[in-house]
Design a protein around this ligand. Structure first.
Ligand code: T4K
Length: 396
């Protein structure tokens, strides 16, 4: 098949400008202006302002949790939780996640213990955790990936049976539920990201959820650098405040969550229909949830069946102005500084290695239309049909 129709080989790109991955929610200019006019009129930008307080209240109600504590981003939230839970020694977490999950531990003076993940769901391999727990392990950090969940109920049982603490990096899981219970209610605490690429956006931000009053008091005291009104036992403070500007966007995004979730689900189903017809592109379905935000569109590329390697496909799509990403690459055990500091994991995590070499993330979210998905899938079909020609021309 002819390769001249591909932008990689000189044709006009399918899209005029880059089509990004990520939610990238933007409220209408009128709503944005009204929210910001209020901030200007009140002349109050930060430090537990009225929008911040409204957001925490609405999040508590939405998630059905006692405490929602808004923070500057999820990375900081995870660091604060590790500190507030007084963790020591080592913490078990999956190696197939964003670098922030492990870096939060390093910042808190803890050592990550990397566990492999399930080949199909991409969630932490539950059957391997027991054997990794020793006297130095103080906690497990579950990571709820791709709008799915890492079986929090079973993790609670494993943690309880072994006498270790449990918390969750739920950066990807806002709005998701397990057997009807919203994520945010499991373990001692869960941390959401409200980055612009997430389904709930504060442009930059996050939130810690907990049903533990004592832990919540400690977190609220760590957050504002000057401590909170109620004296509690904390080792140090930080500045992880969320501003009124961030809270304003997050409130609009929360109002629009049902519409954004629905749009994602519609786009996901459309991708699903087309990808089912393309050999070698295996869609990852959100695992273990009764409700998903469908925030991520992740596929495993089987190079033998698709007949093109994953990284060549990314280059081909990039030329068409389709931003596809190889999340997560590399696995945490191969990232700086862990590859050097903890070399014992290098040959122990085969599923993480194989997923980081084969996964690809496609555009989904508020800026993506059904027509864009059709056109992306059409490129994928053509790429598979022209694979031999693409490979030989690419290598020249
Ligand atoms: N745990 C997990 C499992 C996570 O995935 C993350 C973050 C965290 C913890 C920590 O959460 P935060 O501390 O960030 O709250 C992105 C996000 O920055 C990050 O939040 C996210 N996970 C990670 C998976 O992805 P990048 O560096 O890959 O994204 P970036 O900035 O390149 O944006 C993605 C695409 O969107 C690009 O094509 C550019 C486009 N874009 C992005 C922004 C921000 C736009 O077009 N406009 C924009 O405003 O990290």
């Amino acid at each position: 098949m002819n390769t001249s129709s591909f932008a990689l080989f000189g044709a006009k790109p399918t899209f005029d400008k880059p089509l990004p991955i990520g939610q990238l929610y933007f409220p209408s200019w009128e709503r944005y202006e009204a929210a910001f006019r209020g901030i200007f009129e009140r002349q109050y930008y930060n430090n537990n302002g009225p929008l911040h307080e409204e957001l925490e209240e609405k999040l508590q109600k939405f998630i059905g949790v006692k405490h929602a504590i808004c923070v500057s981003n999820a990375t900081f939230g995870l660091m604060m939780v590790a500190d507030a839970m007084e963790l020591a020694g080592k913490v078990i977490l999956p190696a197939f996640t964003f670098i922030a999950s492990a870096q939060s531990l390093s910042w808190a003076g803890l050592e990550p213990v990397f566990c492999d993940v399930d080949q199909d769901t991409h969630q932490i391999a539950l059957d391997q955790i027991d054997s990794m727990i020793d006297k130095d392990v103080s906690a497990i950090m579950g990571v709820n990936l791709w709008g799915g969940a890492c079986n929090p109920k079973e993790l609670v049982e494993i943690a309880t049976a072994n006498g270790v603490q449990l918390y969750f990096d739920s950066a990807h899981a806002f709005g998701c539920a397990v057997d009807g219970v919203k994520i945010g209610n499991f373990g001692q605490a869960e941390v959401f990201s409200f980055h612009a690429t997430k389904i709930l956006s504060a442009t930059e931000g996050g939130c810690i959820c907990t049903n533990d009053d004592e832990l919540a008091a400690r977190l609220r005291s760590i957050r504002p650098s000057y401590g909170a009104d109620k004296p509690v036992n904390i080792v140090r403070v930080a500045n992880a405040r969320m501003s009124e500007a961030q809270a304003a966007i997050a409130l609009m995004s929360l109002d629009d969550f049902p519409a954004n979730q629905k749009n994602n689900e519609t786009l996901y189903r459309l991708y699903e229909t087309h990808l089912n017809e393309i050999p070698g592109l295996h869609l990852v379905r959100p695992a273990g949830v009764s409700f998903s935000n469908y925030q991520y569109l992740v596929c495993r590329v089987d190079e033998r069946e698709f007949e093109l390697p994953r990284d060549l496909l990314i280059d081909l799509l990039k030329a068409e102005n389709v931003v596809a990403r190889r999340y997560f690459y590399p696995g945490l055990h191969r990232s700086i500084p862990y590859a050097q500091e903890l070399p014992q994991y290098l040959d122990r995590l085969p599923n993480t290695d194989s997923l980081s070499a084969s996964c690809i993330q496609f555009p989904i979210g508020a800026l993506v239309t059904a027509q864009s998905v059709e056109r992306i899938c059409e490129i994928l079909i053509r790429a598979h049909q022209a694979a031999a020609g693409i490979r030989s021309q690419y290598e020249k």
